[in-house]
Design a protein around this ligand. Structure first.
Ligand code: 5GP
Ligand code: MN
Length: 343
């Protein structure tokens, strides 16, 4: 990890060579990933640099209003073209992920790239694969970090209202609208400066949250109807199987945030949400206070993330995934019970 001042000085020196830049983010890009990529890309374009955004796969429709959205190349839809950009790049920027594996189908292309690499990320345990690593796990979001990065580079003046709205979106979505404990005084200061750039927060919120599809509502109904409450573990298990997804006409992004419903239930410390993915299952974990879901996901589900928000995967079928999860919880029962009692 490097100090931001030194990192920005070195980077400025390298940018004098005007390298071709590729901005990337993680598989299934969320608001923070898309917001940070589009905002940073917009600033680099204003500097007259050649920059391309390549994301591993498509993202939810409620983020498509963001400026520069139409400029994105999706790796899983245009692999050959994307590989050419990655091969020719002089600088790769990795936003909102800290390990090439999190970029899904782009992993090998990233590992093989000879470009210089810059990471800006707030997840735990960053991999050491970049020339410049700006990693800070105390940060609310990568979008907040991009603001600090722009400040260090002396580029905040280049952030237009549209680009500021992209950053604001990532901060708002990653903090659960300034609710999670990762929201610091500094987060609010950055948000305030973005508002001063003209961000229309009500418009951003409306575009992100007031665009529910009927399929999302139907899926939410099913999720809540079939949830399992493990009172002895202060844990809620939510899931949707393939039959549920097919019956409701699942579209990408429909289940975003469902995992949080499990935590809004009285006394719950842990919520898990399970969804079919790639022949196996994807799990999302959220904890309310001190239960470390990053560690839990790493230990049992080949995953990771943050202390209070993490994800992982399982190769088992749904029934066995739930049984395995319950088994894993057994060795954490005391922690889960004691955390809930201190809220
Ligand atoms: P979500 O549950 O919303 O997919 O992810 C919650 C957090 O955990 C996000 O910050 C995400 O980047 C991270 N995360 C989700 N799945 C994985 C995974 O399989 N591996 C790792 N390392 N992090 C993950
Ligand atoms: Mn993030």
């Amino acid at each position: 990890m490097q100090n931001l001042e030194r990192l920005s000085a070195e980077l400025k020196e390298y940018l004098v060579e005007r390298p071709d830049i590729v901005v990337t983010n993680h598989f299934n890009p969320d608001g923070d990933a898309v917001g940070s990529a589009t905002a940073l890309c917009g600033v680099l374009m204003q500097l007259g640099l050649k920059v391309k955004m390549i994301m591993p796969n498509d993202y939810a429709a409620n983020l498509k209003w963001m400026t520069l959205s139409e400029e994105v190349l999706f790796y899983d839809q245009a692999e050959a073209e994307a590989d050419t950009y990655l091969e020719n790049a002089g600088l790769l920027i990795h936003l909102d992920y800290n390990n090439p594996a999190r970029s899904g189908p782009m992993e090998l292309a990233i590992r093989h790239s000879k470009a210089k690499k810059l990471m800006i990320d707030h997840h735990q345990q960053p991999d050491d694969f970049c020339d410049w690593t700006y990693s800070d796990t105390s940060m609310s979001s990568t979008c907040e970090m991009v603001w600090h990065f722009l400040e260090a580079m002396g580029w905040t003046e280049l952030l237009s209202k549209d680009l500021a709205e992209a950053l604001y979106t990532g901060i708002a979505t990653d903090t659960g609208n300034f609710r999670f404990s990762s929201t610091s005084p500094l987060t609010h200061r950055v948000a305030a400066q973005l508002l001063e750039k003209g961000v229309e927060n009500q418009k951003v919120a409306s575009r992100v949250y007031d665009s529910n599809s009927i399929s999302r509502f139907q899926l939410l109904g099913r999720t809540l109807n079939q949830m399992e409450i493990l009172e002895d573990f202060n844990t809620t298990i939510l899931y949707l199987d393939q039959k549920d997804l097919d019956a409701c006409g699942f579209q990408k992004g429909d289940t975003e945030g469902f995992v949080n419903y499990g935590l809004s239930l009285e006394n719950m410390e842990l919520s898990a949400f399970i969804l079919p993915r790639d022949g196996g299952h994807k799990l999302s974990f959220r904890s309310k206070t001190s239960f470390d879901v990053n560690q839990f996901a790493r230990t049992y589900f080949e995953g990771g993330g943050h202390k209070n928000a993490a994800g992982g995967k399982s190769d088992r079928n749904m029934e066995d995934t739930i049984a395995y999860l319950k088994d894993c919880l057994k060795s954490h029962q005391e922690e889960l019970k004691s955390y809930a009692s201190i809220v």
